[in-house]
Design a protein around this ligand. Structure first.
Ligand code: LLP
Length: 421
């Protein structure tokens, strides 16, 4: 459920009509709903109630500081994967003890930054990373709390580009090697083992792969404890999927996911962390765009929008589906017709949808892409020198521009032309 509903025939973000936002900031733009962010965050809180837990929002899905500050205000921790995300979290007021640091390629500079700024734990993904962290922490005279991310070799049954838990993927260390890596970690200066980490992929629409992975983590917990390691915290990653096609999909709910976690880990006396991104931010955002032209092609009509693949790359990159709806509510029983929905970028991949059934639309009309709050703005680029589009946050009848559209001057002046050119 989200808070983007038609009222009096106009799509609203909470209490704010989308055409009002379009008027103020121009199109295209992203708009996020505080109530929806809150709702989805709380679903996880409720799902894990009774367990010692921390919900760490995966900032990679949406790292606008206003979004981060809102979630942090509800009690969320953050999962960061770069020094930049770490600094954004800190700038949004998240205390270091609520930030976990994930990622296969943490640099020494990033380790230094997090160790001096405060960090809950590093989720270490390899032996070389462990050695580097030990060196950086020792040089600073501090101790780095760590989990080791294990790769359980489980098929997450999701798009191959976002599956991370198979042995051929670059993530984590093979679970069979874990005891040796933990033995190594226990002897290293500047390292304190606090737990185990696992994350098997994103947009999972089936709980079974989670169960398989979590049972392996459970077994490993018992094994490592028997070997004397203090495994007191389990980071179970993110990945729970969302319904991109409203009328056609119903992934498991956070309550069912929470019940699974309880089932596998309840008796272990551990603190549980999860790192959901998409389920919290995905349906809390829309991308709103205007129709520039409707072009009659050979046997098909093209809906040419002012948004393009550089603004929302998921369809081009993963063949992903986003529901696209007109901002003016179609009359009940309104005829639909097929459109190829495309952007103005000069490549055929700049296609949002092919032969999508939609009510007839005309130039100037506004359309909204649903489920665009996760992996939307954060993956945008300035390809074709198209400015990054504004982001707007709505709460009840308040709206605020939380990232303004840059001017062309700002973009162009970032380049420098050396005198010898
Ligand atoms: N934790 C780790 C270590 C991750 O790598 C990810 C996502 C998450 C948590 C959050 O997963 P979520 O709950 O959002 O599924 N750009 C792709 C998704 C990439 C996901 C990468 N890792 C997309 O647009 O579908």
């Amino acid at each position: 459920m989200d808070h983007f509903l038609y009222r009096n025939g106009i799509l609203h973000a909470e209490d704010v009509p989308l055409p009002q936002i379009a008027e103020q900031v121009g199109t295209p733009f992203y708009v996020y709903s505080c109530a929806t962010l809150t709702r989805h965050y709380r679903l996880f809180e409720e799902a894990l109630a009774g367990l010692d837990h921390l919900v760490c929002f995966a900032m990679k899905s949406n790292s606008n500081q206003a979004v981060i500050a809102h979630l942090a205000g509800l009690g969320a921790g953050m999962d960061v994967v770069s020094g930049g995300e770490y600094l954004r979290a800190k700038a949004a007021g998240v205390p270091g003890e609520r930030i976990v640091f994930s990622g296969v390629g943490k640099t020494r500079d990033e380790m230094h930054m997090a160790l001096t700024g405060g960090i809950r734990q590093f989720n270490v993904e390899s032996e070389p990373e462990l050695l580097a962290l030990s060196e950086v922490a020792s040089a600073l005279g501090v101790t780095a709390p760590i989990t080791v991310r294990v790769n359980p070799d489980v098929d997450a049954k999701t798009h191959e580009k976002i599956a991370t838990g198979k042995s051929e993927n670059k993530f984590g260390i093979p679970i069979a090697k874990a005891p040796a890596v933990y033995a190594m970690a226990a002897k290293l200066p500047g390292i304190e083992v606090v737990g185990i980490d696992v994350h098997i992929g994103s947009q999972l629409t089936d709980l079974e792969p989670f169960r398989l992975a979590y049972e392996k983590v459970r077994d490993l917990t018992l094994h490592l404890r028997a070997e004397g390691h203090d495994i007191r915290r389990l980071d179970l990653g993110g990945g729970l999927g969302i319904p991109y096609e409203r009328n056609n999909s119903a992934p498991p709910l956070p309550t069912e996911y929470g019940a699974l976690i309880r089932d596998v880990f309840q008796d272990l006396d551990v603190e549980v962390e999860i790192e959901p991104g998409r389920l919290i931010s995905g349906n809390a955002g829309l991308l709103v765009s205007s129709v520039i032209y409707v072009k009659e092609g050979e046997g098909r009509d093209f809906l040419i929008l002012d948004a393009a693949m550089n603004d929302l790359v998921r369809p081009a990159m993963y063949g992903a589906w986003h529901d696209i709806v007109p901002v003016v509510e179609p009359a009940p029983g309104q005829d639909q017709r097929p459109y190829d929905v495309v952007g103005p970028v000069c490549e055929t991949g700049d296609t949002f949808a092919k032969q999508r059934q939609m009510p007839p639309v005309s130039p100037g009309d506004l359309v909204a892409f649903r489920s665009a709050g996760a992996y939307g703005a954060v993956m945008a680029s300035e390809y074709n020198t198209r400015p990054l589009i504004p982001e707007v946050l709505v709460k009840d009848d308040h709206m605020a521009v939380i990232r303004a559209r840059p001017t062309f001057d700002e973009i162009i002046n970032r380049d420098t032309v050396p005198s010898w050119v």
